[in-house]
Design a binder for this molecule. Structure first.
Ligand SMILES: [Mg+2]
Length: 240
């Protein structure tokens, strides 16, 4: 069995490291297991959420929705997002037109396989993020921006991500691509997947659906947060 874990809100709270308690449980549980991490974040951010030894002992790591695959510190593949001509200028124009008053920097973040774009900017601190989220909840600015860009760029996938940003990539660049990578680079063994956003619209949904379609030997385990994941790992074995 191959075990795949979402990271944010499954192993750790957003922007936080796994708790020491959970890390200890994970180390014991994982001794005789092949396990994997699949996150929407890049590898640098994943290292801030998963202790180094636990990350090192993973059979493989899938950052940026599976747009990258790392095995033994080696990058096996990386999808790239190549924006069409004029795309950056269109985004900048819409951002300049936004009545939202605050700009913090890093408005277009290139993550290789995707862009992460934000009116307030990815450099925003937690307080600035909350302020923008409150504004966006009121006026739905991110949805409006997507509605303006999407008709002009039908081959680009826009996803409202996190608190302040819009993820920009090509269709198929979701966690669902991890299953094909498993079969090509890892093995044909069944997969158990634990994640907190397994329902439609959630970023774990595409992989959950592909696993269900492939075989009933695969298991999809929804969790409500790190505490719940820890409880489920303990229940799954007599390790801890
Ligand atoms: Mg998550």
């Amino acid at each position: 069995m191959l075990y795949v874990f979402d990271v944010d809100k499954t192993l750790a709270e957003s922007d936080c490291m796994m708790t020491n308690e959970f890390a200890d449980v994970f180390r014991k549980w994982s001794k005789d297991k092949k396990y994997f991490f699949c996150s929407g974040s890049d590898l640098t951010k994943m290292k801030q959420q998963i202790p180094a030894d636990i990350l090192q002992n993973a059979t493989a790591i899938f950052p940026v929705m599976g747009g990258e695959l790392w095995i033994d510190n080696e990058l096996k593949y990386q999808r790239t997002f190549t924006p069409p001509e004029g795309f950056r200028q269109d985004i900048e124009k819409l951002f300049n037109e936004s009545p939202y008053p605050e700009r913090t920097g890093e408005h277009i973040q290139d993550r290789g396989s995707m862009w992460c774009i934000s009116v307030v900017g990815k450099a925003a601190n937690q307080q600035q993020r909350y302020a923008y989220t409150a504004y966006d909840d009121k006026v739905n600015e991110r949805v409006t921006i997507v509605e303006k860009l999407a008709p002009k760029y039908p081959d680009i996938l826009f996803t409202i991500g996190g608190q302040i940003s819009i993820d920009v990539s090509t269709p198929g660049n979701d966690k669902g691509q991890v299953l094909a990578a498993f079969r090509k680079y890892i093995s044909d063994e069944p997969v158990t997947f634990l994640g907190d956003r397994m329902t439609k619209g959630g970023n774990d949904y595409p992989l959950a659906e592909k696993l269900k379609q492939e075989s009933n030997k695969n298991q999809v385990v929804p969790v409500t947060g790190p505490e719940d994941t820890m409880a489920k790992l303990i229940a799954m074995s007599d390790c801890c």
